[in-house]
Design a binder for this molecule. Sequence first.
Ligand SMILES: [Zn+2]
Length: 255
Amino acid sequence: MAGRRRIRWERVALVFIPLFLLLCTQCGGDEKPQESQSDSSAIVDTQSGAENAEQPFQATADFVVVIDAGHGGNDGGCVSDTPLRIEKEDTLRMSEAVCEKLETYPNVQVIATREEDVFVELEERCRIANDANADLFVSIHRNIAEVGNGVEIWVNKETDEVDRQLAEYIMELLEDVGISRNRGIRYGFRGESADESGHSYYVNANTNMPSCLIELGFVNSEEDNTNFDQKFDAYADAIAQGIMELAIDQGMYKP
Ligand SMILES: [Zn+2]
């Protein structure tokens, strides 16, 4: 037994030591858009399945969409204790499901900013999308508040109409599936008026293509968590469908 255990630890070390060398130790939630030190992490192109820590992503299809699972690694995002619910886990699960839905469309390249429980700098998430010259960028998050429930979608303060349309398409389809409350399409950054604050969510402000950031319910709302779990597949469908409908309407994708 001791021998088997030793071999297992060696394997773990092989995977994690290079990872730790690569990853930045700092946390990078959406409240801290300014911090960005590390330049690399384990990023996976969901289309090729190839790890790509160094090289920029390149477009291999007419329509390229980036799905960004919020947080990861030592950045758990919003955490609710009773029962335990960790944002980074929900965002990864949903991101993977949305990617799978998108991959069913022909000639669509889907890029995930992370496919594991790893920390990825906000700057890196944007770099991936910008290097790939992606057509759309959608970030998936969950929310928390003392009291609150529902879905809100954030777009850049300096947005053009396409960002807002993208958010509206997704929201409408999520509403059709059923959400506890439509909290609206919002400009700017949480807790600040878009008109007064000088900034938006980092990933919205620093991606070159139309983007939005979905807060898919509150981790401390029982109703939202039940919806998230029971309507999980339909939510993933709604997000993917909203993306594709917008892409078709904007001439980014020809079915
Ligand atoms: Zn978040």
